[in-house]
Design a protein around this ligand. Sequence first.
Ligand code: UT7
Length: 331
Amino acid sequence: MGIKILGCGMYLPPKTVTNEDFERIVNTSDEWIIKRTGIKKRHVSQGEYTFSMGLKAAVEALNNAKVSPKDLDLVIFTTVTADFYFPSMSNVVQGKLGAENAYGIDIACACAGFVYALDMAQKYIDADDGVQNVLIISSENITKTVDYTDRSTCVLFGDGAGAVVVTKGNSKAYAHLGADGTGCELLYAHLYPSANFFAEPGELSANYAAFPQGKGRYMYMNGPRVYEFAVSKMVYSLKKACEKAKISVDELDVIIPHQANVRIIDTVVKKLGLNKDKVYVNIKDHGNISSACIPVCLAELFSKGALKPGFKVCLVGFGAGIIYGAIVFTL
Ligand code: UT7
């Protein structure tokens, strides 16, 4: 029982926004952004659909995996920035790919989405109920939730997609997933600042009173509180996943953390005593792409030939909710 990664793909929209571009629109500096976050530039979509970025990453992953869309049994799509209330992103992509033998599931587990999806893929494969080949796509248009007058959030995020083809294999993946919903008010964006035709205006404001910092469809974030959660939950879930896998943290060959802030990653490295050379960081070039961060890292590492058979890998993420998770497996 277990999984095997057959191939990865990624897509980043062509337009990039640099720290210098932000200097022109908010009161910030390249020096502050690089020192406090580690980000230099990020890719931003110019109205491209979330499903369409995911589709491009998926095609690359299928080509690298040498798997035909017709051989897929399940498509899992992770996003918090879907294009539609309905249909689901996974169904749109399933149709566009011609993956006629697959069904689709969307999951919205914020920036930890890919970790949850990989755990889910393994559980469907292990159930031995007809699911063998799974396509996981994580695609985000997170910049459409960003308020470009808020310097504390607008500099952090970018858009893009990563995809991975997973099949039945011999390596069991050990996950530790968790949530602390008391943190919901620390990071959120309303789906729509409107109600149905029949709603009284008072009902709407009563609803919004529950999330008083809300900025309509734009993101609100209490950065320092999210930062604290991020460090403690990443350390905790990584240790727990290693415990389940019965390996020590030192035995890991590659650690891929969610790319939210280089200082968060550095603190986690320090707290766990990790070898920094084993921890992959690409935030400088992409910023935070929410759930797409981890599969984009995987795609970059595979294309560099840096992931070898037998390597022990840990993916660890956290996101709005607060939600978190780590997963350990052998390549
Ligand atoms: O994917 C998960 C979602 N997000 C995260 O994980 C983010 C977690 N949080 C963080 O990464 C950090 O908290 C931030 C990068 C958001 C902020 O860094 P910080 O070191 O925690 O700064 P702060 O919020 O405590 O603010 C310190 C100062 C403030 O100025 P005053 O009040 O001390 O005068 C901010 O207004 O830095 C100011 N500041 C900025 N200055 C220049 C905040 N953003 C900027 C900016 N440029 N872009």
